[in-house]
Design a protein around this ligand. Sequence first.
Ligand SMILES: NC(=O)c1ccc[n+]([C@@H]2O[C@H](COP(=O)([O-])OP(=O)(O)OC[C@H]3O[C@@H](n4cnc5c(N)ncnc54)[C@H](OP(=O)(O)O)[C@@H]3O)[C@@H](O)[C@H]2O)c1
Length: 227
Amino acid sequence: LPTCLVTGSNRGIGLEFVRQYAADGWRVIAACRTPVAAHALEATAGDIHIHALEVRDPARIRQLAAVLARESIDLLINNAGIGERPTPGIGGLDPVRWMDILQVNTIAPVLVAEAFFDHVAASQGRKIVAVTSRMSSIAGNTTGSSYAYRSSKAGLNMAYRSLSHDGRKRGIAVGLLNPGHVRTDMGGSSAPVAVDDSVAGMRRVIANLDLENTGRLWSYDGTELDW
Ligand SMILES: NC(=O)c1ccc[n+]([C@@H]2O[C@H](COP(=O)([O-])OP(=O)(O)OC[C@H]3O[C@@H](n4cnc5c(N)ncnc54)[C@H](OP(=O)(O)O)[C@@H]3O)[C@@H](O)[C@H]2O)c1
């Protein structure tokens, strides 16, 4: 059965990816910052292997890739991300916070993909995805604000578009996924989309991902989004 690796797997969308793939019988490598505190993940049934991963730490990313050197990974899911609350506007921008958001949302998913490129290339499935956001869309930005979050996810999209070209040479398909506005800690309790529906939808998009449609931006409902 296939193997997937999920970052930010201790809560929210990442935890639900673990639950659903494990329930389908996949071997799941669940990466999270603080395994000792990952009680919901611990309690999840299935063939689940928990590893510590703070995605802001490039040395740790490479170290985990080395520890897992013999694993072939059919599907790499870069899910870990941070939001921006409060969302300062002109007059209140915080460059240190912005850099932190870029580190987690833009740079880390690319470094994780780079570190695990060979693991994915060695698998049958050969897919790498990142959870981006509708707010990444430049065409869709009709309301402004969220300078840091929007730019971090737009940058992620561009980097993953490049990754799709490098991936093609190794038979790896790359996808960018908008989960919708989901009821998680980040999305808030009044968000319209349930986490299980969001993840079920993204899993359908992932199942349809191939070298013909690599490097594109998809919503969880299967519709393609404008950049
Ligand atoms: N919820 C929405 O409506 C929505 C909409 C669009 C896009 N998204 C995207 O979906 C993804 C998951 O969001 P969510 O709603 O599940 O958010 P969440 O409930 O806040 O969970 C975020 C996850 O990312 C992890 N994480 C954050 N910083 C990390 C770091 N430096 N190293 C390792 N892990 C880190 C968190 O771990 P800790 O518990 O250790 O903090 C947690 O597991 C994010 O990329 C987010 O931008 C969400």
